[in-house]
Ligand binder design. Structure first.
Ligand SMILES: NC(=O)c1ccc[n+]([C@@H]2O[C@H](COP(=O)([O-])OP(=O)(O)OC[C@H]3O[C@@H](n4cnc5c(N)ncnc54)[C@H](O)[C@@H]3O)[C@@H](O)[C@H]2O)c1
Length: 281
């Protein structure tokens, strides 16, 4: 690992760090000699994750914190606790997320909760941690976990799409703000995972589907792209190569430019045109 911030003695805070992509990131950062704080709403999972982390680093380099990222007060407590325990934050990974499912006109509670955790969680984390990270005058990273569903917005889970579209827009604005802030050495990054086999996507499966990546593959890719300086960390998986993602994103933007109906990729009248576009015809 050669990214200067992913370095021995530096501090990483990872929300949703008790499982999946967040825990894989915590393990990778800990292996690099960083001090890690995993913050999660699930106390039992946090304790199990801390045991795992202690197998690759000293227990004194591991901190756990129960947080609900949807609540600003809770995130403020996290920021204060990390400051008191480790002296500050070098990497903030706003990664906590849920996907309980949603429909347009059903489950108002799901709509509220999905947007509160997935979008407000990232807004809270970034707004609460960034000022003290900037004030340290050290290089640092804020990595926000978005989704391809926030870019191509496929039918099926509108509340999740809305939350992740918000994460994309917020993180783009954040990076613009950071790069225009005097003496700021913090950069923001949008992690866009592909299909990753985790608790979020397992849906009762115990075996990783062939098309999915592991959380560890995703984090290895993320670190390589951070080292390359990418803002958009667009991860492939075993089914979807980058070239196909690019076509899907260009087609989605083309709905506006070409004045097609929204989500025309899933409109029967445009099925042939989309297939040809993907083939490059
Ligand atoms: N797995 C995928 O295929 C995939 C694809 C695209 C994006 N993502 C995103 O990746 C992120 C990580 O998800 P994952 O796949 O590792 O799933 P995961 O379920 O393994 O991890 C999510 C973690 O977030 C925690 N969490 C949930 N609500 C919280 C809250 N209010 N406050 C703090 N922690 C909370 C959970 O307890 C869990 O440990 C999410 O933002 C998810 O939307 C995942």
């Amino acid at each position: 690992m050669s990214h200067p911030v992913i370095a021995k003695g530096n501090v990483a805070v990872i929300t949703g760090g008790a499982s999946g992509i967040g825990l894989a990131a915590a393990m990778a950062f800990a292996r690099a000699g960083m001090k890690v704080c995993i913050a999660d709403v699930d106390q039992t999972r946090l304790a199990e994750a801390a045991t795992k982390l202690s197998s690759v680093t000293a227990a004194t380099h591991v901190m756990t914190f129960v947080v609900d990222v949807s609540r600003a007060e809770s995130v403020k407590e996290l920021e204060r606790a990390v400051g008191a325990h480790f002296g500050g934050t070098d990497i903030l990974m706003n990664n906590a997320g849920i996907q309980p499912g949603s429909t347009l006109f059903g489950e108002p509670d799901n709509w509220q909760r999905i947007i509160a955790v997935n979008m407000w969680g990232i807004v809270n984390g970034s707004r609460i941690f960034a000022p003290s990270m900037i004030a340290r005058r050290k290089a640092g990273l804020i990595i926000n976990t978005g989704s391809k569903q926030g870019i191509t917005t496929p039918p099926g889970d509108p509340a999740y799409n809305v939350s992740k579209a918000g994460v994309k827009a917020f993180t783009e604005a954040l990076q613009h703000e950071l790069r225009n802030t005097r003496d700021c050495h913090i950069t923001a990054h949008l992690l866009i995972p592909g299909f990753v086999f985790t608790g979020l996507t397992a849906k009762g499966r115990t075996e990783k589907p062939a098309g999915a990546w592991t959380p560890e593959q995703t984090v290895d890719f993320m670190i390589a792209r951070l080292e390359a300086g990418d803002f958009y960390i667009l991860c492939p998986d075993n089914d979807v190569p980058r070239a196909l993602d690019e076509k899907r994103m260009l087609w989605a933007a083309g709905d506006i430019v070409e004045n097609r109906p929204p989500l025309s990729r899933w409109h029967p009248d445009y099925a042939d045109a989309f297939a040809k576009f993907v083939k490059g015809e």
